[in-house]
Design a protein around this ligand. Structure first.
Ligand SMILES: Cc1ncc(C[n+]2csc(CCOP(=O)(O)OP(=O)(O)O)c2C)c(N)n1
Ligand code: SF4
Length: 490
């Protein structure tokens, strides 16, 4: 590698950096003396050198690594703790043009994500992993990591790590070196200019392997985290040199680059939604629900993707369950996915329901919702973005103030809580009121008479299934349904 000494910033970085929010306006995201900044610089310069900026996908999980997306002007995916190699596998398989870099901390890679990391290494995924070993969980304030040294004090090992109870530091490179697939494994450090130059060579090789699709490369970077180690920059360098490197010796553990031919990422298997469905849900028996299944009900002939949001206690989740059960009783495919906070009552609650003749690959609605039922302003504000422009909105008239919405969106207000609480005597019937209202809305939007009748029957059957042994409850819910239907018809 020959490269001119360069001053200034790599073009792989953004032109301007955002500063960290907070009172001290000069702060960047990384603390002074942090190793991430040095490694970022090396990685950016080498990506630029290899000319792969356009197609680079840099995956950083939580941890201080996550800030990478403020600096690298490449395709960035931030992922949950430990999940970068798994997401990187998917990103590479879906887009064989991409060059996948996984950039992970030691808590992330060697603890919560160790299995996924090892599996990716063992599969020889064509990705390059930068592993920042700073001997602690940096972002969360310096807890013990798998790389913490025996005797090292951290917030969760205040008397020093005791190998008898907490084990020994995890030698990640050595473990990966016991696998067959990886092509390149090297451990470097950032303590002196000479070490940084050696680190850059390793970064260069890792990214060249990536460009040539040679296979899995791992570069462990023993890096300073002066803030959490409560040391000055000099002290932390000394700690690394005199203590960390005893456990994490520097050097190249494996380099099979020369004898490994250039490769390529496998072509993506999946290009369209139908293919996804067929691959994920092959029909296995005659009773599986398919487009031509002996199902005469048309109540959910149009795939319906519904988001229902409100607060706990309003029956938001059971409204979704009821709708899903109606569809299930008519042999449609169904998914129901709840989401709610730790509060029993009063906290935000929502669920996503999809009913379809086709198999449902994902329960997530994202931006493809056909119907939003919003019981509170907060739910409306949060989920309106998930409703398609030609979607239907049913909202609680008293609770939600509508802003200007696209003219193609159909909106229906109803005082469901008021009808349930004041007319019917119990606000817990609001969910059945809303299903009645939905029946009226579907009728207005083209549901034929036979299906309207079947929708009501399906509701009755779902209620009977749920409250069979309590005839009073069955009747009350059917009355609530009728009240909602009538109110909406008006
Ligand atoms: C599933 C999950 N568990 C825990 C956390 C909390 N968490 C956020 S960052 C972090 C520590 C990251 O440490 P490390 O991976 O060593 O990276 P560093 O910050 O040192 O660069 C933890 C535990 C989380 N966000 N998600
Ligand atoms: S906490 Fe440690 S790893 Fe995180 S930015 Fe600060 S010095 Fe770097």
């Amino acid at each position: 590698m020959s490269e001119k000494v360069k001053f200034g910033r790599s073009k792989v970085f953004f032109d301007t950096f955002h500063r960290r929010p907070g009172p001290i306006k000069k702060n960047m995201h990384y603390c002074p003396g942090c190793g991430h900044g040095i490694l970022h610089k090396l990685v950016a310069e080498v990506i630029e050198y290899h000319g792969i900026q356009e197609n680079t996908t840099l995956i950083a999980p939580v941890g201080c690594a996550v800030f990478a997306y403020y600096y690298f002007n490449v395709g960035s995916i931030s992922v949950p703790h430990g999940r970068a190699p798994a997401v990187g596998t998917g990103a590479g398989r879906a887009n064989p043009e991409s060059y996948v870099i996984s950039y992970q901390g030691d808590g992330d890679l060697a603890a919560i994500g160790f299995n996924e990391f090892l599996q990716a290494a063992n599969r020889g995924e064509k990705m390059t992993v930068f592993f920042v070993n700073n001997s602690n969980y940096g972002m969360t304030g310096g807890q013990m990591a798998p790389t913490t040294l025996p005797g090292q004090k951290t917030t969760t090992s205040p008397y020093g790590r005791n190998p008898e109870t907490e084990g020994y530091p995890t030698p990640v490179c050595e473990i990966v070196n016991s696998l067959t697939a990886p092509v390149y494994i090297e451990r470097v450090a950032l303590t002196t200019p000479g070490r940084v130059a050696a680190a850059k060579k390793a970064v260069y090789k890792g990214i060249q392997n990536l460009k040539e699709r040679k296979g899995f490369s791992l570069i462990e970077v023993v890096a300073p985290c002066p803030i959490n180690l409560k040391m000055s920059a000099d002290q932390v360098n000394e700690f690394i040199e005199k203590q960390m490197l005893n456990y994490f010796p520097l050097g190249c553990l494996r380099d099979k680059t020369a004898e490994t031919p250039e490769g390529k990422l496998p072509p993506p298997v999946i290009r369209d939604e139908e293919a996804v469905r067929e691959i994920l849900f092959p029909l296995r028996n005659e009773n599986a629900v398919a487009a031509d299944f002996r199902n005469t009900s048309g109540i959910f002939d149009q795939e319906l993707r519904v988001k229902i949001g409100g607060f706990g206690g309003q029956g938001v989740l059971s409204l979704g369950v009821m709708l899903a059960n109606m569809a299930r009783l008519r042999n449609f495919n169904v998914s129901w996915m709840p989401s709610y906070g730790p509060e029993q009552r009063g906290g935000a609650a929502c669920c996503a329901v999809t009913v379809s003749r086709k198999a449902i690959p994902s329960p997530i609605i994202d931006r493809g919702g056909n119907l939003l039922i919003a019981m509170t302003q907060a739910a409306f504000d949060k989920y309106i973005g998930e409703l398609r422009e030609d979607g239907i909105l049913i909202y609680d008239h008293t609770a939600v103030k509508l802003p200007q919405l696209p003219a193609t969106m159909k909106t229906y207000g109803i005082d469901a809580l008021d009808i349930a609480g004041n007319q019917l005597g119990n606000s817990k019937f609001a969910n059945s009121v809303l299903i009645g209202a939905l029946a009226a809305v579907l009728a207005e939007n083209g549901m034929n008479e036979a299906d309207q009748a079947d929708f009501s029957n399906a509701f009755k059957e779902a209620v009977e299934e749920k409250f069979g042994k309590k005839p009073g409850a069955v009747e009350a819910n059917i009355n609530a349904y009728a009240a909602g239907l009538k109110a909406m018809q008006k």
